[in-house]
Design a protein around this ligand. Sequence first.
Ligand SMILES: Cc1cc2nc3c(=O)[nH]c(=O)nc-3n(C[C@H](O)[C@H](O)[C@H](O)COP(=O)(O)OP(=O)(O)OC[C@H]3O[C@@H](n4cnc5c(N)ncnc54)[C@H](O)[C@@H]3O)c2cc1C
Length: 462
Amino acid sequence: MASIEQVIRERMCSGCGACQFAAPDLFRMEENADGYLQANKISDAEEPAELRRICPFSGERLSETVIAERQWPDLPVNSQIGRHARSIVCHATDEKLRMAGGSGGLVTWIALELLRRGLVDGVLHVQPVSTHASTPAGRLFNYSVSTSAEEVRAGSKSRYYSVTLADVLTEIRSRPGRFAVIGVPCFITAARLLVEEGQIERDRVPYMIGLVCGHMKSRYFADYLAWQKGVTPGTLDGFDFRQKLLDRPASNYGFRLHTPDRDEVYPMKSVRGRDWGEGLFKLPACEYCDDVLAECADAAIGDAWLPGYVADPRGTNVAVIRHPDIVAIIAEEQGRSLHVEDVSVEAVIRSQRSGLRHRREGLAHRLARRAAEGLWIPEKRVSPALAKGRLRRRIYDLRLKIANESNAMFADAVKAGDLNVFEKRMDPILRDLRHATQGGYIKIMLRKGLQHYRRLRHRLGR
Ligand SMILES: Cc1cc2nc3c(=O)[nH]c(=O)nc-3n(C[C@H](O)[C@H](O)[C@H](O)COP(=O)(O)OP(=O)(O)OC[C@H]3O[C@@H](n4cnc5c(N)ncnc54)[C@H](O)[C@@H]3O)c2cc1C
């Protein structure tokens, strides 16, 4: 069983900050040279064994499956999306709210409803640093506590940027009221574990809203996109990772960069690093996570990457709802402030197919690789097993290499003041990944073609 120190050593810390919250004399969240926040042990004192139960990457804690079973014992369960009361695609009907959102604006819509109905007094979510003062210099986004509708709305949009819950959880300790927590799956798991372990009173955080998560990125992701447009790393003072471009499908979104003298929008198509399958700037910890649909969250919300929805540039959410209060609020507002359509569990799975595959088959493969090298194997809900097929194995190995190395390579390029330092080292790895992926597609197309040919021959009676 791994201690938190071991989790840090093995680069499996995602920066949630539960350890700093529970033991501030032992752990502190600090940004490392790879551009992401992770726990640091700041004392020689021994780490109490019970602390392991609050770290989402330690094997000694409750799994997402057990936490979800405790939360919603009567809900049906699916091995890919977890427990589910209602699966929907939707968007806010308030055009301003929808347009301000990363996808359809559902996360902000729920937060506003919880606030409006007096079910919470505030929301823990991620804000641009310019909207709240007390932030260390140089960071673009941090968690903060929003207590008004205006503040909640100002927090809209997806931030593909390393953050931590540590400070806001500490802040609400001395602040009366009930709070909704918004976060990526491992952060929601951490918050649930803190409740399970009695570190936070259950009724202080009555709602937890999860973002579907492919992976988290370091701060270098924004720097990389901006550097390609001539902005020196470290000089950004604002960034929008999900700028909606109204003349193209939702999946072809853009980004908006902001510096003291520039405010510009570019399509993601115009830059390298846009392919999430490559996993550039991914936190290495994300390679050892098996939760895509925030299985411990009261609602898990993502993008409806599905035919019929992706064409609308204004954005549409896919969501799995679990908490009965949120089910009721949606039912009440359906057709009014929220446009809702029910979809099957299979459709939700289809919308996140590649993320799920990477966190199931891909994770089993990575665990098997570690086992073969005699490395510590984190306890996960999939067992180690090498992927079937040479090309799949190659894809997972290359993605792991990219996650492990891209941040450090970028840091070297920043030091050298030359983006080519990064491109030159990254390009061969990305080229290999492209070849492996294309090889996979060609094999699939050939197999489909052969199946089609056989069916045709059969129909013609030959
Ligand atoms: C790192 C990351 C990876 C993601 N991967 C996927 C994916 O693979 N597939 C998919 O379908 N969707 C993914 N999403 C979710 C997607 O980008 C949208 O956030 C989601 O669809 C909600 O959109 P919305 O319009 O309802 O949210 P909005 O109304 O825009 O509200 C978003 C809320 O989330 C908060 N927030 C933003 N970033 C963070 C963060 N890093 N940590 C905690 N809170 C945050 C904001 O402060 C805001 O309150 C990811 C999101 C993140 C942050």
